[in-house]
Design a protein around this ligand. Structure first.
Ligand code: NAD
Length: 252
């Protein structure tokens, strides 16, 4: 085997089903020779995973709403699989009311929840993973252009993504001394479970597709391949950066 990731063990957080960006990452990492460990939010999602993952795929529970759960997950990973080479964080959440109302109607509870799950969780994950990461390891998260522009219907998630991207930059400083890097992929819109929570998501997806350079939406495999590059030694000079993988939507 001579894949980019042969001999590396990568933890992927956020596979819900085969449409998940995290699943596109998983298959891309495996294609480059990585061993992948998945974490799942709850038993319902574990059952969803068990319908399509290989029977020998490591599955570790991790609800990022519970900090002790995050620490326990990485302690289990260390005990069972040893030191790791990377983590992909592909997790976000905002409640239905927050995603459907006007942005100006956002409640404090809705604001806090979206920030907690979609932005703060990266800090908690990086901290819990730190003692388990090898020197030269890499962390990547998933963001969206709605962090920079007021994209119709994206609202609170855009605010959470802006915080997430700032988290990446400050975490890059802290992790650098340990030779660990962290970056974000700003992915184009893809129809996943998370996106269907956004009101008028069909309009958002259609608008995004029409703004790509060739009229075709980015795929989770294309996003996953960039995640594989970020997990590989080829990206060792990059940290604290946001990479667009959106077929040029951000150019408009
Ligand atoms: P998805 O619904 O397939 O994945 C979201 C995942 O978040 C699910 O697996 C869910 O279990 C997990 N999650 C939510 N709350 C959690 C919690 N408390 N603990 C643990 N896990 C939790 O959707 P997706 O689109 O693949 O989303 C993955 C990431 O990509 C998200 O950060 C999303 O914002 C980002 N993203 C998506 C798009 C898009 O268009 N789909 C574009 C850019 C960025």
């Amino acid at each position: 085997e001579n894949g980019l990731l042969t001999g590396k063990t990568i933890v992927v957080m956020g596979v819900a089903n085969q449409r998940s960006i995290a699943w596109g990452c998983t298959t891309a990492l495996q294609a480059q020779g990585a061993r992948v460990i998945l974490t799942y939010q709850n038993d319902r999602l574990k059952q969803s995973l068990q319908r399509f993952v290989n029977a020998d795929m490591p599955l570790i529970p991790c609800d990022v709403a519970d900090e002790e759960n995050i620490e326990a997950a990485f302690a289990t990973i260390k005990a069972q699989y040893g030191q790791i080479d990377g983590v992909i964080h592909a997790i976000a959440y905002a409640d239905k009311a927050t995603l459907t109302g006007k942005f100006i109607e956002t409640t404090k509870a809705g604001y806090d929840l979206a920030q907690e799950i979609s932005a703060y969780s990266l800090v908690a994950v990086a901290r819990a993973a730190q003692p388990v990461l090898k020197s030269g390891a890499s962390i990547a998260t998933l963001t969206y252009f709605g962090s920079e522009r007021a994209i119709p219907n994206y609202k609170m998630m855009g605010v959470a993504k802006a915080a997430l991207e700032a988290n990446v930059r400050y975490l890059a400083r802290d992790l650098g001394a340990q030779q660990v890097r962290i970056n974000a992929i700003s992915a184009g819109a893809v129809k996943t479970l998370a996106v269907t929570g956004i009101s008028a998501h069909r309009d958002l997806l259609k608008l995004s597709e029409s703004l790509t350079v060739d009229g075709q939406a980015v795929t989770t495999t294309e996003i996953g391949n960039v995640a594989a590059f970020l997990m590989s030694d080829l990206s060792q000079g990059m940290t604290g950066d946001i990479l667009y993988v959106d077929k040029g939507v951000h150019l408009s």
